[in-house]
Design a protein around this ligand. Structure first.
Ligand code: NAD
Ligand code: UDX
Length: 453
């Protein structure tokens, strides 16, 4: 019987191992984590596919018994030292690798599941072999492409599974062993094998391409507002070109999440380290346009409301970086709230999934005093007595709110700034709102107001 252990029970490790366990009853799967709170949360969860996986804080035992060890620890952007603000922080990875070396008594395949810089496998091989020469290690790169909110679907029916390994007999054997695991539910033509460096780089490149599409459509959204074009119409027609395709062309207040910015910064850093300054500048621009889009939204709000939001209540509907997740890492809502608070607004946030503690923690982390921050239990409470509403996450429930009731309870003129194009602007204008929808023809009220930060 093959034994698999995954180090890191986060957004990737938890669901990935649950799906492997579900699809491979003959494989014993354990997920371990140094965070007792994380393990307790998994054990308390009611995920239907949770059953077959054992989650444990007994990291060393499970790792020492496993044949295949997935490492799915966090790899955030470095905050200090060499490469601060750009390079990936591999502290967690390195400590996991050292621990694997310390406890291993049998040969192991070590799988990079975390997103890492190109050439990390080489460093990991060195750590493993220099600290434990009694056993053989094969390091594979098997990056994860799941998106939050659709993790299980993505894992059950992946566009592709990518496995990179050394081009040696032992490397090929290890690749085949991991391929056998996925082959139990993924069609053979969707399992792609490459060399190690291609697999590592593909993950960074894929995220950069996806984010680049969003920045492209967001850049076009600014031009739409200036010209009277409608970004939804433009994106739909552009996306009908088979070479371009319709996905990931939705304009909004900017992309967030734990991956896009971190991975592009990492890509930029790697380019610079290789002296490739033009490619570095090219990819950096994807992040700069994203920052511009967030600033542009705040400027639109402030300039529309007589050039100040000082002392005005602004309801923020949605704090998660996208719908169907409670994750607020790098959410555009943080920057938008920061901008509004800087102009003196009193912000009242409602999100169906992000907890009050998390919202306060995120805003405190960017230096915002809590005096001007409220957190509401529903959208009606958030909007009560407000001068404006900003929709920052595309939660379905925001489409079905009773906007007549909300309008009646607001200060007049009542503004609604739709950062995700979820509401029907025409309908809301009939109720009496002044509506701004990203990339759509502007209300007469908003025309002529400065829109660029
Ligand atoms: P996460 O922060 O949710 O989970 C990482 C877990 O690893 C944490 O629970 C932490 O306690 C644990 N950990 C850290 N060091 C450890 C150690 N030495 N031993 C045991 N446990 C340890 O992170 P995540 O979102 O699951 O991301 C993990 C990796 O996967 C990152 O590299 C990320 O870039 C990549 N990734 C994430 C996503 C996503 O949607 N979140 C998608 C694809 C790839
Ligand atoms: C992303 C990648 O999609 C996934 O393949 C990778 O493994 C991890 O990073 P995730 O961050 O979970 O996944 O969510 P995603 O659906 O990609 O959305 C990221 C951000 O882009 C969100 O803030 C979302 O609102 C925004 N977005 C997405 C847009 O603004 N427009 C779009 O058309 C699509």
């Amino acid at each position: 019987m093959v034994k698999i252990c995954c180090i890191g029970a986060g957004y990737v490790g938890g669901p990935t191992m649950a799906v492997i366990a579900l699809k491979c009853p003959s494989i014993e799967v354990a997920v371990v984590d140094i965070s007792a709170a994380r393990i307790a949360a998994w054990n308390g969860d009611e995920l239907p596919i949770y059953e077959p996986v054992s989650t444990s804080a007994d990291v060393e035992r499970h790792v020492s018994e496993a044949d295949i060890v997935f490492v799915s620890v966090n790899t955030p952007t470095k905050t200090r030292g060499l490469g601060a603000g750009k390079a990936a922080d591999l502290t967690y990875w390195e400590s996991a690798a050292r621990m694997i070396a310390d406890v291993s008594k049998s040969d192991k395949i070590v799988v990079e599941k975390s997103t890492v810089p190109v050439k990390t496998a080489e460093a990991i091989e060195k750590i493993l072999t220099h600290n434990c020469n009694a056993v053989n290690f094969q390091v594979l790169s098997n990056p994860e492409f799941l998106a939050e909110g659709t993790a299980v679907q993505d894992l059950l029916r992946p566009d592709r599974v990518l496995i990179g390994g050394r081009e040696t007999a032992a490397g090929r054997k290890a690749v085949d062993a991991l391929k056998d695991v996925y082959a139990r539910w993924v069609p053979a033509d969707r399992i792609v094998t490459t060399n190690l460096w291609s697999a590592e780089l593909t993950k960074l490149a894929a995220n950069a391409f996806l984010a680049q599409r969003i920045s492209s459509v967001n850049a076009i959204s600014a031009l739409c507002e200036a010209t009277g074009a409608d970004v939804s119409e433009v994106a739909a027609a552009v996306g009908m070109d088979g070479r371009i395709g319709p996905k990931f062309l939705t304009a909004g207040v900017g992309f967030g999440g734990s991956c896009f910015q971190k991975d592009i910064l990492n890509l930029v850093y790697i380019c610079e380290r290789h002296g490739l300054h033009e490619p570095a500048a090219y990819w950096k621009q994807v992040i700069e346009v994203n920052d511009y889009q967030k600033r542009r939204f705040v400027t639109r709000v402030v300039s529309s409301m007589f050039n100040t939001v000082s002392g005005k209540k602004v309801a923020v509907l949605g704090f998660a970086f996208k719908k169907d997740t409670g994750d607020s890492r790098e959410t555009p809502a943080i920057d938008v709230c920061k901008g509004l608070l800087a102009d003196g607004a009193a912000v009242c946030v409602y999100d169906p999934q992000v907890t009050e503690d998390q919202i306060r923690q995120d805003l405190a982390a960017v230096g915002e005093p809590m005096r001007q921050v409220g957190v509401a239990r529903d959208a009606y409470e958030a909007a009560g007595g407000a001068h404006a509403i900003c929709i920052l996450t595309e939660w379905d429930e925001f489409k079905a709110l009773d906007y007549r009731r909300i309008f009646d309870g607001m200060q007049k003129p009542a503004f609604l700034f739709d950062g995700r194009n979820v509401v029907d602007g025409g309908e809301l204008r009939r109720i009496g709102f002044i509506v701004y929808s990203i990339g759509k023809p502007l209300d007469p009220w908003l025309r002529g107001m400065p829109a660029v930060a």
